[in-house]
Every structure is written in C-alpha cells, then in structure tokens.
Design a protein around this ligand. Structure first.
Ligand code: IMP
Ligand code: MG
Length: 182
C-alpha cells in the first residue's frame, strides 16, 4: 500500500509523517511477542491504558498479546490544552478493577516530561500488583527523571509535537492511522 505523503490538514496545518501505519503495525507485533513472552503464562495479566491517547494503541497491542489478558483504562488529565505539558496531572477516571496480586502493564501514549508516569506509578504501586511494568508507544528525548523507565518503548520520538494514531492536538487528529508532526 502506498503510504500517504506529507500533507496539509483541512485546517491548513502542515503535517509531516513520522511513523507510517505499516511501521506502527510491525513494531506492535514485536511488542506483543515480547510482552507475551515476558509474563508467566499462568499468572494474571492486566493491561491498563491511559486514556484518551492510548485507545488505538491498546486495541492493537492487546490483539498481538497471545495469552489471556484483562484490559482496563484510566483517565489522566493534565490541565491546559496547549502543546506543552502543564505539570499537574489528576486522575479523572480511576478503574475499580482489582490490581493486587496481578501483573499490571501500564500503557502510555507518550512519555514526555514523565509527569504523568511519575504521578500514576506510585498510585498503582500502592495497590500492590504482583509486578508493574510500563509500555509506551513513544518516548520523547530528554524524558529523564521518571520514577520507572518503560520496559517497552514503541519508538523513540523526535522532539516535536506529534499527532495521530490516538494522539491529539486539542482533540483533533486522533483518527489518523499514522503518526505525524504538526
Ligand atoms: P508527560 O506527563 O510530560 O510525560 O506527558 C505525557 C502526556 O502529554 C502524554 O500522555 C500526552 O497526552 C501528552 N503529550 C506529550 N507530548 C505530546 C505530543 O507530542 N503530542 C500529543 N500529546 C503529547
Ligand atoms: Mg493529550
């Protein structure tokens, strides 16, 4: 399939494609295999996606995990709607799925400053999962200082604002099948 080339949005913004739909699909197959092999087959595994950015990623990822797996989501919101993270994160939806004694895989769309991960990881650790691992679709450069490094990173991202494949800018572009920079 020919990949879309760089384009303008209907709003006139310039899009530059960074990861194509094929590249994403290929990488997620690898991640799915690695995740399947990592967790003991007899143990309970719960995938928790951070909404809304991971809604497509989690849907694709869990279909590449070849074992029984629970799926839930939480909603973390950072204040503000610009292209930078504001630094304050609050839990807007906290699932009541039991976590204690289960392997938990927290799935993020982007680890940028690490603020979101640094807020969510201690909350989940308090609930005493059997293990807690992180998987992020994208990691921005200079995302040091996180309380826990992701065990799985889809792609190292360029230092640009990215949209598509679940990622938004002011709630637009989540439906693009590829990842692009604005
Ligand atoms: P952090 O808390 O600074 O690590 O940022 C994580 C969150 O900020 C992500 O879950 C995204 O929702 C958002 N974010 C950071 N960079 C981008 C981007 O380039 N595009 C879209 N959202 C982003
Ligand atoms: Mg966002």
């Amino acid at each position: 399939m020919p990949e879309p080339c760089d384009r303008k949005t209907t709003a006139g913004d310039d899009l530059k494609i960074v990861f194509t739909a094929d590249e994403i699909a290929h990488r997620i197959r690898q991640l799915g295999r690695e995740i399947t092999n990592h967790f003991p087959a007899d143990d309970d595994l719960l995938v928790i996606g951070v909404l809304k950015g991971t809604f497509i990623f989690v849907a694709d990822l869990v279909r590449e995990i070849d074992r029984e797996v629970g799926v839930d989501f939480l909603v973390a919101a950072s204040y503000g709607s610009g292209t930078t993270t504001s630094g304050k994160v609050r839990m807007r939806y906290d699932p009541d799925t039991p976590v204690a004694g289960r392997h938990v895989l927290l799935v993020e769309d982007i680890v940028d400053t690490g603020t979101t991960v640094n807020r969510l990881v201690p909350i989940l650790r308090q609930r005493q999962p059997k293990s807690l691992e992180l998987c992020t679709l994208l990691r921005k450069p200079g995302s040091g200082g996180v309380v826990q490094e992701p065990r799985w990173v889809g792609f190292e991202a360029p230092d640009a604002f990215l949209i598509g494949y679940g990622l938004d800018h002011d709630e637009r572009y989540r439906n693009l099948p590829y990842i692009a920079s604005l």
